[in-house]
Design a protein around this ligand. Sequence first.
Ligand code: NAP
Length: 243
Amino acid sequence: MDIRFEGKRALVTGAGKGIGRVIAGLLKDCGAEVVALSRTQSDLDSLEAEIGCETVCVDLTNPDAARKAAEQAGPIDLLVNNAAVAILEPFMGVSVEAFDKTFAINVRAMIIVSQVIARGMISRGTGGAIVNLSSQASKIGLADHTTYCASKGAVDQLTRTMALELGPHKIRVNAVNPTVVLTPMGERAWSDPAKSGPMLSRIPLGKFAQPRDVAHLVAYLLSDQADMIHGVTLPIDGGFLAR
Ligand code: NAP
Protein backbone atom coordinates (compact mmCIF):
# COMPACT_ATOMS: atom_id res chain seq x y z
CA MET A 1 0.00 0.00 0.00
CA ASP A 2 1.45 3.31 -1.09
CA ILE A 3 0.02 6.42 0.57
CA ARG A 4 0.43 9.48 -1.64
CA PHE A 5 -0.84 13.03 -1.12
CA GLU A 6 0.27 14.77 -4.33
CA GLY A 7 -2.03 17.73 -5.05
CA LYS A 8 -3.17 17.85 -1.40
CA ARG A 9 -2.45 20.61 1.07
CA ALA A 10 -2.08 19.65 4.74
CA LEU A 11 -2.16 21.77 7.90
CA VAL A 12 -0.47 20.35 11.02
CA THR A 13 -0.88 22.24 14.31
CA GLY A 14 1.81 21.94 16.96
CA ALA A 15 4.26 20.99 14.23
CA GLY A 16 7.27 22.58 15.93
CA LYS A 17 8.21 19.66 18.18
CA GLY A 18 7.45 16.05 18.97
CA ILE A 19 4.74 14.09 17.19
CA GLY A 20 3.49 17.03 15.09
CA ARG A 21 6.94 17.64 13.66
CA VAL A 22 7.27 14.00 12.59
CA ILE A 23 3.75 14.04 11.10
CA ALA A 24 4.62 17.16 9.08
CA GLY A 25 7.76 15.46 7.72
CA LEU A 26 5.91 12.25 6.82
CA LEU A 27 3.09 14.08 5.03
CA LYS A 28 5.71 16.01 3.05
CA ASP A 29 7.49 12.74 2.19
CA CYS A 30 4.12 11.42 0.95
CA GLY A 31 3.85 14.34 -1.49
CA ALA A 32 1.62 16.81 0.38
CA GLU A 33 2.19 20.54 0.49
CA VAL A 34 2.56 21.12 4.23
CA VAL A 35 1.62 24.15 6.31
CA ALA A 36 3.22 23.83 9.75
CA LEU A 37 1.61 25.84 12.55
CA SER A 38 3.20 26.24 15.96
CA ARG A 39 4.04 28.68 18.76
CA THR A 40 7.86 28.98 18.61
CA GLN A 41 9.28 30.66 15.48
CA SER A 42 12.73 29.01 15.77
CA ASP A 43 11.11 25.53 15.66
CA LEU A 44 9.22 26.53 12.51
CA ASP A 45 12.37 27.99 10.92
CA SER A 46 14.32 24.76 11.47
CA LEU A 47 11.39 22.64 10.20
CA GLU A 48 11.07 24.78 7.08
CA ALA A 49 14.80 24.32 6.41
CA GLU A 50 14.49 20.57 7.03
CA ILE A 51 11.42 19.62 4.98
CA GLY A 52 10.43 22.67 2.91
CA CYS A 53 7.06 23.71 4.30
CA GLU A 54 5.04 26.87 4.78
CA THR A 55 4.83 28.08 8.37
CA VAL A 56 2.36 29.95 10.56
CA CYS A 57 3.50 31.13 13.99
CA VAL A 58 0.68 31.65 16.50
CA ASP A 59 -0.27 31.06 20.11
CA LEU A 60 -3.48 29.03 19.86
CA THR A 61 -4.61 30.05 23.34
CA ASN A 62 -5.84 33.30 21.74
CA PRO A 63 -9.10 32.45 19.90
CA ASP A 64 -8.96 35.38 17.46
CA ALA A 65 -5.33 34.67 16.61
CA ALA A 66 -6.16 30.96 16.17
CA ARG A 67 -8.95 31.82 13.71
CA LYS A 68 -6.72 34.22 11.74
CA ALA A 69 -3.89 31.66 11.64
CA ALA A 70 -6.19 28.97 10.24
CA GLU A 71 -7.42 31.42 7.59
CA GLN A 72 -3.80 32.32 6.77
CA ALA A 73 -3.10 28.64 6.02
CA GLY A 74 -5.18 28.90 2.83
CA PRO A 75 -7.21 26.07 1.27
CA ILE A 76 -6.54 22.84 3.19
CA ASP A 77 -7.48 19.24 2.26
CA LEU A 78 -5.94 17.44 5.25
CA LEU A 79 -5.98 18.77 8.82
CA VAL A 80 -4.08 17.35 11.79
CA ASN A 81 -5.17 18.92 15.09
CA ASN A 82 -2.09 17.99 17.11
CA ALA A 83 -1.17 21.00 19.32
CA ALA A 84 -1.81 20.42 23.03
CA VAL A 85 -0.39 20.95 26.48
CA ALA A 86 -0.25 18.63 29.49
CA ILE A 87 -0.06 20.50 32.80
CA LEU A 88 0.34 18.04 35.64
CA GLU A 89 -1.46 18.75 38.92
CA PRO A 90 -3.10 16.48 41.48
CA PHE A 91 -6.91 16.69 41.40
CA MET A 92 -7.07 18.63 44.69
CA GLY A 93 -4.59 21.13 43.31
CA VAL A 94 -6.16 21.78 39.91
CA SER A 95 -5.83 25.49 39.22
CA VAL A 96 -8.17 27.68 37.19
CA GLU A 97 -5.19 28.89 35.13
CA ALA A 98 -4.10 25.37 34.16
CA PHE A 99 -7.67 24.29 33.42
CA ASP A 100 -8.35 27.33 31.21
CA LYS A 101 -5.04 27.06 29.34
CA THR A 102 -5.47 23.32 28.77
CA PHE A 103 -9.00 23.61 27.42
CA ALA A 104 -8.14 26.73 25.37
CA ILE A 105 -5.48 24.82 23.42
CA ASN A 106 -6.49 21.17 23.57
CA VAL A 107 -10.21 21.69 22.86
CA ARG A 108 -11.24 25.26 21.95
CA ALA A 109 -8.44 25.82 19.41
CA MET A 110 -9.25 22.43 17.86
CA ILE A 111 -12.84 23.62 17.34
CA ILE A 112 -11.85 27.04 15.98
CA VAL A 113 -9.21 25.74 13.54
CA SER A 114 -11.50 22.92 12.38
CA GLN A 115 -14.39 25.33 11.77
CA VAL A 116 -12.26 27.53 9.52
CA ILE A 117 -10.77 24.60 7.60
CA ALA A 118 -14.05 22.68 7.27
CA ARG A 119 -15.81 25.84 6.04
CA GLY A 120 -13.28 26.02 3.21
CA MET A 121 -13.67 22.30 2.40
CA ILE A 122 -17.45 22.69 2.29
CA SER A 123 -17.42 25.82 0.13
CA ARG A 124 -15.01 24.21 -2.37
CA GLY A 125 -17.10 20.99 -2.33
CA THR A 126 -13.92 18.94 -2.26
CA GLY A 127 -14.35 17.21 1.11
CA GLY A 128 -11.28 16.35 3.13
CA ALA A 129 -9.96 14.49 6.15
CA ILE A 130 -9.25 15.57 9.72
CA VAL A 131 -7.33 13.70 12.42
CA ASN A 132 -7.49 14.88 16.03
CA LEU A 133 -4.69 13.93 18.44
CA SER A 134 -6.35 12.45 21.51
CA SER A 135 -4.68 10.08 24.00
CA GLN A 136 -5.11 6.90 26.01
CA ALA A 137 -5.74 9.49 28.76
CA SER A 138 -9.23 10.03 27.28
CA LYS A 139 -10.21 6.48 28.19
CA ILE A 140 -8.70 5.94 31.64
CA GLY A 141 -7.85 8.06 34.66
CA LEU A 142 -4.18 8.92 35.20
CA ALA A 143 -2.98 10.37 38.51
CA ASP A 144 -2.02 14.07 38.30
CA HIS A 145 -3.56 14.34 34.81
CA THR A 146 -7.05 15.67 35.70
CA THR A 147 -7.28 18.53 33.20
CA TYR A 148 -5.37 16.62 30.50
CA CYS A 149 -7.61 13.51 30.84
CA ALA A 150 -10.72 15.71 30.82
CA SER A 151 -9.53 17.61 27.74
CA LYS A 152 -8.79 14.40 25.83
CA GLY A 153 -12.21 12.99 26.80
CA ALA A 154 -13.59 16.16 25.23
CA VAL A 155 -11.48 15.56 22.10
CA ASP A 156 -13.01 12.08 21.68
CA GLN A 157 -16.52 13.50 21.96
CA LEU A 158 -15.65 16.40 19.68
CA THR A 159 -14.38 13.89 17.12
CA ARG A 160 -17.72 12.04 17.20
CA THR A 161 -19.84 15.17 16.82
CA MET A 162 -17.60 16.50 14.04
CA ALA A 163 -17.94 13.13 12.27
CA LEU A 164 -21.74 13.31 12.48
CA GLU A 165 -22.01 16.84 11.14
CA LEU A 166 -19.11 16.94 8.67
CA GLY A 167 -19.55 13.43 7.20
CA PRO A 168 -22.39 14.53 4.89
CA HIS A 169 -19.93 17.07 3.41
CA LYS A 170 -17.47 14.24 2.62
CA ILE A 171 -15.16 15.32 5.41
CA ARG A 172 -13.89 12.33 7.38
CA VAL A 173 -12.95 12.94 11.03
CA ASN A 174 -11.11 10.51 13.29
CA ALA A 175 -8.94 10.61 16.41
CA VAL A 176 -5.83 8.69 17.40
CA ASN A 177 -5.19 7.81 21.05
CA PRO A 178 -1.50 7.11 21.70
CA THR A 179 0.05 5.72 24.84
CA VAL A 180 3.17 7.46 26.16
CA VAL A 181 5.43 8.83 23.41
CA LEU A 182 8.80 10.16 24.55
CA THR A 183 8.55 13.63 22.99
CA PRO A 184 9.27 16.81 24.99
CA MET A 185 5.73 16.45 26.46
CA GLY A 186 6.17 12.74 27.17
CA GLU A 187 9.59 13.30 28.78
CA ARG A 188 8.13 15.89 31.16
CA ALA A 189 5.45 13.46 32.39
CA TRP A 190 7.17 10.07 32.17
CA SER A 191 10.99 10.31 32.28
CA ASP A 192 11.09 9.41 36.00
CA PRO A 193 11.59 5.58 36.12
CA ALA A 194 9.31 5.48 39.20
CA LYS A 195 6.47 6.58 36.87
CA SER A 196 7.53 5.04 33.55
CA GLY A 197 8.22 1.58 35.05
CA PRO A 198 4.66 0.89 36.26
CA MET A 199 3.22 2.35 33.04
CA LEU A 200 5.49 0.19 30.85
CA SER A 201 4.54 -2.89 32.86
CA ARG A 202 0.89 -2.33 31.88
CA ILE A 203 1.68 -2.26 28.14
CA PRO A 204 1.57 -5.84 26.79
CA LEU A 205 4.07 -5.01 24.02
CA GLY A 206 6.43 -3.67 26.73
CA LYS A 207 7.37 -0.40 25.03
CA PHE A 208 6.23 3.18 24.56
CA ALA A 209 5.20 4.48 21.14
CA GLN A 210 7.54 6.35 18.83
CA PRO A 211 6.39 9.57 17.11
CA ARG A 212 6.71 7.71 13.80
CA ASP A 213 4.23 5.01 14.95
CA VAL A 214 1.67 7.77 15.49
CA ALA A 215 2.56 9.58 12.24
CA HIS A 216 2.01 6.40 10.18
CA LEU A 217 -1.46 5.93 11.66
CA VAL A 218 -2.33 9.59 11.07
CA ALA A 219 -1.18 9.37 7.43
CA TYR A 220 -3.29 6.25 6.91
CA LEU A 221 -6.40 7.87 8.42
CA LEU A 222 -5.90 10.93 6.20
CA SER A 223 -5.54 8.80 3.07
CA ASP A 224 -8.17 7.53 0.65
CA GLN A 225 -7.26 4.01 1.81
CA ALA A 226 -9.18 4.83 5.02
CA ASP A 227 -12.22 5.96 3.01
CA MET A 228 -14.77 4.16 5.26
CA ILE A 229 -13.14 4.95 8.63
CA HIS A 230 -15.02 7.79 10.24
CA GLY A 231 -15.71 8.92 13.81
CA VAL A 232 -13.32 6.45 15.50
CA THR A 233 -10.99 7.10 18.44
CA LEU A 234 -8.23 4.64 17.67
CA PRO A 235 -5.76 3.51 20.36
CA ILE A 236 -2.12 3.17 19.39
CA ASP A 237 -0.97 1.85 22.72
CA GLY A 238 0.77 -1.51 22.48
CA GLY A 239 -2.31 -3.10 24.04
CA PHE A 240 -2.53 -0.87 27.15
CA LEU A 241 -6.31 -0.50 26.82
CA ALA A 242 -6.83 -4.22 26.14
CA ARG A 243 -6.69 -4.93 29.89
P1 NAP B 1 5.06 18.34 22.57
O1 NAP B 1 6.31 17.59 22.42
O2 NAP B 1 4.86 19.16 23.81
O3 NAP B 1 4.83 19.27 21.28
C1 NAP B 1 3.63 20.03 21.21
C2 NAP B 1 3.72 21.02 20.08
O4 NAP B 1 2.50 21.82 20.13
C3 NAP B 1 4.89 21.98 20.23
O5 NAP B 1 5.43 22.29 18.98
C4 NAP B 1 4.23 23.20 20.87
O6 NAP B 1 4.91 24.41 20.60
C5 NAP B 1 2.87 23.19 20.18
N1 NAP B 1 1.95 23.97 20.98
C6 NAP B 1 1.67 23.82 22.31
N2 NAP B 1 0.90 24.83 22.72
C7 NAP B 1 0.67 25.63 21.65
C8 NAP B 1 -0.04 26.84 21.46
N3 NAP B 1 -0.64 27.47 22.47
N4 NAP B 1 -0.08 27.39 20.22
C9 NAP B 1 0.57 26.79 19.19
N5 NAP B 1 1.27 25.65 19.32
C10 NAP B 1 1.32 25.08 20.53
O7 NAP B 1 3.81 17.35 22.49
P2 NAP B 1 3.70 15.88 21.79
O8 NAP B 1 4.10 14.87 22.80
O9 NAP B 1 4.35 15.90 20.45
O10 NAP B 1 2.13 15.78 21.65
C11 NAP B 1 1.45 15.96 20.41
C12 NAP B 1 0.02 15.52 20.57
O11 NAP B 1 -0.01 14.13 20.94
C13 NAP B 1 -0.74 16.26 21.67
O12 NAP B 1 -2.09 16.43 21.27
C14 NAP B 1 -0.66 15.30 22.85
O13 NAP B 1 -1.70 15.51 23.78
C15 NAP B 1 -0.78 13.97 22.13
N6 NAP B 1 -0.25 12.83 22.91
C16 NAP B 1 1.02 12.85 23.36
C17 NAP B 1 1.48 11.75 24.11
C18 NAP B 1 2.88 11.71 24.67
O14 NAP B 1 3.14 10.85 25.54
N7 NAP B 1 3.80 12.55 24.22
C19 NAP B 1 0.63 10.67 24.36
C20 NAP B 1 -0.67 10.71 23.86
C21 NAP B 1 -1.10 11.80 23.12
P3 NAP B 1 5.79 25.10 21.79
O15 NAP B 1 6.72 24.04 22.31
O16 NAP B 1 6.46 26.21 21.09
O17 NAP B 1 4.78 25.55 22.83
